[in-house]
Design a protein around this ligand. Structure first.
Ligand code: P6P
Length: 335
């Protein structure tokens, strides 16, 4: 029975024994993310009421129209993390380069860097569909006391110390892992407290939901087309149900709870797919693997890919273990 009265703060203190929390820095880091999430949640929930909607006019590194809430969320997380002097560097999906937390010398004694997608799926905001924040935490690899370098951010996903997402949906939840399973906390907006609502989240080994933008079907590699047809066949436990929200956090959160596979393959339009390895794929892969699932690029484990640049994209297959392995089988056979 879930202890629904346990708050996120109490959970972190209780798990202080985990090596990840030992120094208290990670606890403070998760707490600062929790605070920033409340600030962003407040704005996202009233987005339809104030003139914060609509394109900001600017374009981000991806050449995508920046929604005002994108900018707001980006600034909220960067400001919160910077002001608390808990990390030595930040990289955001919305920024071209990484941010060194300079200021007082002691900042560089901090040992964590954070990579964040401040508001993923933001194109859904105008149509009132849920969006999310995704974060990924690593220990720096360059010497303490020196400014961070690109090397501190270009680490394979297996090096993650923690990863999580916030989903701004019918309720606001924080779901995260520090390598000891996955736990979900739901915000009680009346008192601004997150409660442990989904302890030890585990994704079913099998599922009946597939999430892909089938509008790209004609552009997919043959193996992907074959797998989609497999999902749609009248046989055994199929056809599966197709569910695609267009918001990675929402699609994956549902698949963790119900079982399913999300995939954003490469195509003739996007040779590496659309999703970013560092800001979306690695954190979601860590969470789903910790929940008992699998995440690959169709052939190789996502978390073992050595990143070459901050904003690189990879094809992404993520979800119930048996479903991802079946998709990989079709990809391999079509080679
Ligand atoms: P498409 C949102 O922009 C995002 O990064 C993910 O959240 C989402 O799953 C995907 O892109 C949607 O992309 O090309 O299907 O609209």
């Amino acid at each position: 029975m879930a202890d629904h009265n346990k708050t996120l703060g109490e959970f972190i203190i209780e798990n202080q024994k985990d090596f990840a929390y030992s120094s208290g820095e990670l606890s403070r880091l998760i707490n600062s993310i929790r605070l920033a999430a409340k600030v962003v949640n407040h704005e996202v929930n009233k987005a339809g009421l104030v003139d914060i909607l609509g394109a900001f006019g600017d374009k981000n590194i991806q050449g995508e129209e920046q929604q005002k809430l994108d900018v707001f969320a980006n600034e909220a997380f960067i400001k919160t993390l910077t002001n608390r002097e808990i990390v030595c560097g930040i990289a955001s999906e919305e920024n071209d380069g990484f941010i060194t937390i300079s200021g007082r010398e002691k900042n560089n004694q901090n040992k964590y860097v954070v990579l964040i997608d401040p508001l993923d799926g933001s194109s859904n905001i105008d149509v009132n569909v849920s969006v999310g924040t995704i974060f990924s935490i690593y220990r720096r690899v360059t010497p303490a006391g020196t400014p961070v370098t690109l090397e501190d951010f270009l680490q394979p996903g297996v090096n993650q110390v923690a990863a999580g997402y916030i989903i701004y949906g019918t309720s606001t939840m924080i779901v995260y892992t520090t390598g000891h399973g996955v736990n979900g906390f739901t915000l009680n907006p009346a008192i601004g407290t997150y409660y442990l609502s989904h302890p030890n989240m585990c994704i079913p080994e099998d599922g009946h939901i597939y999430s892909v933008n089938e509008g790209n079907y004609i552009h997919f590699p043959q193996g992907v087309k074959d797998y989609i047809k497999y999902c749609q066949m009248e046989e055994d436990d199929r056809p599966y149900t197709s569910r695609y929200i267009g918001s990675l956090v929402s699609d994956i959160h549902r698949n963790i709870l119900k079982g399913g596979i999300y995939f954003y393959p490469k195509s003739s339009k996007a040779s590496k797919g659309k999703l970013r390895l560092l800001y979306e794929c690695n954190p979601m892969a860590f969470i789903v693997e910790q929940a008992g699932g699998k995440a690959s690029d169709g052939f190789n484990r996502i978390m073992e890919i050595q990143p070459k640049e901050l904003h690189e994209r990879v094809p992404f297959f993520c979800g119930s273990k048996n479903m991802v392995e079946k998709a990989e089988e079709f990809m391999k056979n079509a080679q």
